[in-house]
Write a protein that binds this ligand. Structure first.
Ligand SMILES: Nc1nc2c(ncn2[C@@H]2O[C@H](COP(=O)(O)OP(=O)(O)OP(=O)(O)O)[C@@H](O)[C@H]2O)c(=O)[nH]1
Ligand SMILES: [Mg+2]
Length: 615
């Protein structure tokens, strides 16, 4: 039965604390198991008389007392030492309850791998003594869940230095016995309060009455003859002799492995907590990196679009404000404005990158903004070259020329139609009208009808009629006027001129307005041309701006460009945190460790619940 438990414990320890832990437990056990002698270990508070008791037992066994086994009123034993006797190995341990916890642990480590444990308590029966004793009896000193690790005969309680309990056995033996009995009963009662079931034997012992042989390294057995009747040593001797080594050894082996199991459980629990802590840190780091990566992507995207917008806006501004007919001026102004706008963009965007890097505790060396000629790159240069030669001036000149020619032609046409320069018409009409006014109205009607005949003044057929009319006043003057070249030639001609003069008067009034309109139209056409050209330039600028922004954002020869820096920072961010695979691995390790820890825990719990652990 106990071998099966040992096997389960070994496997559980191996899984939870590693094969080395199981191997160490095994080899520690071998050292105990190799000896056939009954291993008797004494534990108890310091100066309880443990060493004195071993010394007494050795003397009783007629075995030599080893040199190291010394006794003193102050703290004396600091390490675990073995003293061999016939068929028995006594194990002395440092006193418990010392200031040095290391000594306590050392002493307790020896309680597991022993066939028989003698626990000494002082006659004062201190609370800590009882607690420690109870923990050994119920097994909670071995594992957190306890268990019956000390079968009958494996544990003996000794009330040491019983002669110090209050009654001197030499003076009052009965009183001493009664006192000892009360002490024993008190121990039993105290233990019963803590543990159920069978209790270990409680023996009151006086190993060295009054400590008189403390300084004698090798006392004679006869020296203790006086107290043999009542000093409890024979009783203790009998309790030790009752133990059968194989049975006690099997229990010791199980106790040893159970104790190792408890230590491994503590280690696994601590390791698990540490791993979980580490995983939490890894996850926190990881999510922090994800957040920073997202921020980086946002900074990158907004920097890129801002650069494109800034370049485009600057180009648009220059196109709207400068003389777009001069390529040199356009190029110069665009280059100047872009240099400063890209420099501002670079400084602001880079400072965001640096701030992000600082938050991630990454050292980022920001790249320089580059010189002006580098900033305004090939795309803007190409844009300026492509916008071509100006055309508006030529167009305006052509239009002016056309208008001037048109006006001249119109004037000539008028002259041809009327036979008189339009500017002379009013003068001729005035002259004609004054001649007509001098003719008598009766004569005028006949004169008008005669003069209305086509070619009347030159045709000899009408010479008579003309001569007779010329007798009347004013008619001869009118006829001689009509015969003069370059003037009005007939009443019909005069009538026509009158109509024309009316039109000309209107034209004279309207002309300035028309000219103004013409001028305005001319200007409108020119500014329309400018608008068209600017609009066309802006469309071209949009493409150039986008390409230019791309060029500036691009990696550059040493990955020093914006994109290079972003990539460098992203790599550094990722390098600082575990990736998904590492997180999975860590989580997997935790679940394996949890399973191992839990199954070790289960073995220890089942061990505590088992009715019997003996074969
Ligand atoms: N009166 C009396 N004194 C004893 C008895 N046994 C031991 N002493 C004295 O008690 C003191 C402590 O004895 P040790 O044997 O050194 O005690 P210990 O438990 O080994 O002490 P540490 O090794 O320091 O833990 C010494 O002065 C002993 O002489 C006893 O039976 N009766
Ligand atoms: Mg000692």
């Amino acid at each position: 039965m106990s071998t099966r438990w040992v096997q389960r414990l070994r496997e559980a320890i191996e899984a939870a604390a590693g094969p080395q832990s199981a191997a160490d437990t095994d080899s520690a056990w071998r050292q105990v198991a190799d000896s056939d002698a009954l291993r008797v270990t004494l534990v108890g508070p310091w100066s309880a008389g443990k060493s004195s008791l071993i010394k007494r037992l050795l003397v009783e066994d007629a075995s030599p007392v080893p040199q190291w086994l010394t006794v003193s009123a102050s703290r004396e034993t600091y390490e675990i030492r073995e003293a061999r006797s016939t068929g028995v190995t006594y194990v002395d341990t440092p006193g418990l309850g010392s200031d040095e916890r290391r000594h306590d642990l050392l002493a307790l480590s020896s309680v597991a791998a022993t066939d028989l444990l003698v626990v000494t308590v002082t006659p004062q029966l201190l609370g800590t003594d009882v607690d420690r004793l109870a923990a050994l009896v119920d097994g909670t000193a071995i594992t957190p869940y306890g268990g019956g690790f000390f079968p009958a005969g494996a544990l003996v309680v000794v009330i040491s230095k019983a002669d110090m309990a209050g009654v001197d056995p030499v003076d009052d033996l009965d009183g001493f016995r009664a006192m000892v009995e009360r002490k024993r009963a008190a121990v039993v009662t105290a233990l019963q309060r803590h543990v159920r079931g069978e209790l270990p034997p409680v023996i009151a012992v006086v190993a060295d009455l009054g400590g008189q042989h403390a300084r004698n390294p090798q006392p004679d057995a006869a020296a203790f003859a006086e107290g043999r009747e009542w000093d409890g040593v024979a009783q203790l001797r009998a309790a030790l002799d009752a133990g059968q080594v194989p049975r006690l050894r099997a229990a010791a082996q199980l106790r040893h492995w159970a104790r190792a199991g408890a230590v491994a459980l503590d280690q696994a629990t601590a390791a698990l907590a540490q791993s979980q802590d580490q995983l939490r840190r890894m996850q926190a780091d990881r999510s922090q990196v994800l957040v920073l990566e997202e921020e980086l992507a946002a900074i990158d995207a907004s920097a890129a679009s801002r650069l494109r917008d800034d370049i485009r806006d600057e180009m648009h501004n220059v196109i709207m404000q400068s003389d777009v007919e001069s390529n040199e001026q356009l190029a110069e102004q665009i280059s100047e404005r872009l240099n400063s706008c890209v420099a501002v963009w670079h400084a602001e965007s880079t400072s965001k990158l640096v701030a992000l890097a600082r938050r991630a505790q990454i050292e980022l060396t920001p790249a320089g903004a580059g010189s002006g000629s580098q900033v305004v790159g090939t795309h803007v240069e190409q844009f300026v070259k492509r916008v071509g030669a100006p055309t508006a001036g030529r167009f305006d000149a052509q239009l002016n020329e056309f208008v001037a020619k048109g006006l001249l032609v119109a004037d000539k046409m008028q002259e041809l139609r009327l036979g008189i320069k339009s500017s002379d018409v009013p003068h001729h009409l005035t002259e004609y009208q004054s001649l007509v006014d001098r003719i008598h109205p009766d004569v005028y009607a006949r004169t008008l009808s005669l003069l209305g005949i086509d070619g009347v003044l030159t045709n000899p057929q009408y010479a008579q009629d003309v001569a007779s009319l010329q007798k009347h006043e004013g008619v001869a003057d009118l006829i001689s006027y009509l015969r003069k070249p370059g003037g009005i030639t007939s009443p019909a001609h005069a009538e026509k001129l009158k109509n024309t003069a009316h039109t000309l008067r209107i034209a004279a009034d309207v002309a300035p307005v028309l000219l103004e309109l013409l001028h305005m139209q001319q200007q409108e056409r020119a500014s329309q041309h400018l608008r068209d050209r600017r609009a066309q330039l802006q469309v071209q600028a949009d493409g150039a701006a986008a390409r230019q922004a791309e060029q500036i954002l691009g990696d550059g020869p040493q990955r020093t460009g914006w994109r290079g820096q972003v990539a460098e920072l992203r790599t550094a961010l990722r390098a600082g945190a575990a990736d998904d695979e590492a997180l999975d691995r860590a989580a997997q390790q935790i679940s394996t460790l949890t399973a191992a820890r839990d199954s070790l825990d289960t073995v220890l719990r089942e061990l505590a619940a088992a009715r019997s652990v003996e074969d």
